[in-house]
Ligand binder design. Structure first.
Ligand SMILES: Nc1ncnc2c1ncn2[C@@H]1O[C@H](COP(=O)(O)OP(=O)(O)OP(=O)(O)O)[C@@H](O)[C@H]1O
Ligand SMILES: [Mg+2]
Length: 227
């Protein structure tokens, strides 16, 4: 069933990786998902279940072997590379498991750098402050990454991902390196961003702890979606 308010819709996605022996590894097998607009969707599953493979296909970084992906009604599986790159730069934000902030830049400079890369027009300093305040780091603006906790660094990474005002944020295991409480804090920030910014968030996790917080939860097992 196609849900109208879905910002992202993937139908019958299959991904087969070629193996050196000539065989194939079926990483995704007929997976269909609908990501509701402005909500938090959680994709859970064990290591190797296909979460990253699916995320990369949903954001257009990788092509499926079979199936289609529509973002905002546009079929990205048919889009030219340049259009896709543009779409990613403007409408999408990314958060990763390993935070990857630039170590010689402060929290504020890291966020500002992302704005510059996205050619964001407007008062950058004000936007940086606003974004860091959104993730509760208004008092850490001038800290370097190694002067912040892991959870704080991940929150800077979230501020960086949303700074240019994307419609959609993809977060692959954003809580993978955090303890349970800090992880919960990050997920609550995602919910807050849903509410205040209207941004859609799709995150993966192998953690079973905070499933009830997701507005929608999908579960993958060996490349197959579970009911
Ligand atoms: N480029 C590739 N070539 C061949 N096989 C791959 C490739 N990338 C992933 N795989 C295989 O596809 C399956 C799914 O991998 P994927 O990275 O999507 O899992 P995951 O759920 O993200 O795991 P994790 O929780 O460890 O990040 C695994 O069996 C993996 O070995
Ligand atoms: Mg992964």
């Amino acid at each position: 069933m196609i849900i109208k308010e879905a910002i992202l819709s993937a139908q019958h996605i299959t991904k087969a990786y070629p193996l050196p022996d000539g065989g194939k590894l079926l990483a995704l097998n007929d997976v269909s998902v609908e990501v509701p607009r402005g909500k938090l969707t959680i994709l859970k599953g064990r290591s190797g279940s296909g979460k990253t493979t699916l995320m990369n296909i949903l954001c257009g970084l990788d092509q499926p072997t079979e199936g289609t992906v529509e973002m905002d009604g546009k079929e990205i599986t048919e889009m030219a590379d340049l259009d896709l790159t543009r779409l990613r730069r403007k409408d999408i934000g990314f958060v990763f498991q390993s935070v990857a902030l630039i170590p010689i830049m402060t929290a504020a400079e890291n966020v500002e750098y992302a704005l510059r890369l996205a050619s964001w027009q407007g008062d950058r300093q004000a936007r940086v402050k606003e974004c860091l305040e959104m993730v509760g780091l208004g008092k850490r603006m001038s800290h370097l990454p190694n002067e912040m906790s892991g959870g704080e660094q991940q929150r800077v990474a979230i501020a960086r991902a949303i700074a240019h005002g994307p419609k959609l944020v993809f977060a692959d295991e954003p809580t993978g390196e955090l303890d349970t409480n800090t992880a919960l804090q990050v997920v609550k920030i995602f919910k807050e961003l849903n509410r205040t910014q209207g941004v859609t968030i799709l995150m993966t996790t192998h953690d079973k702890g905070f499933m009830e917080i997701g507005d929608r939860v999908y579960s993958l097992e060996n490349g197959v979606l579970q009911e």
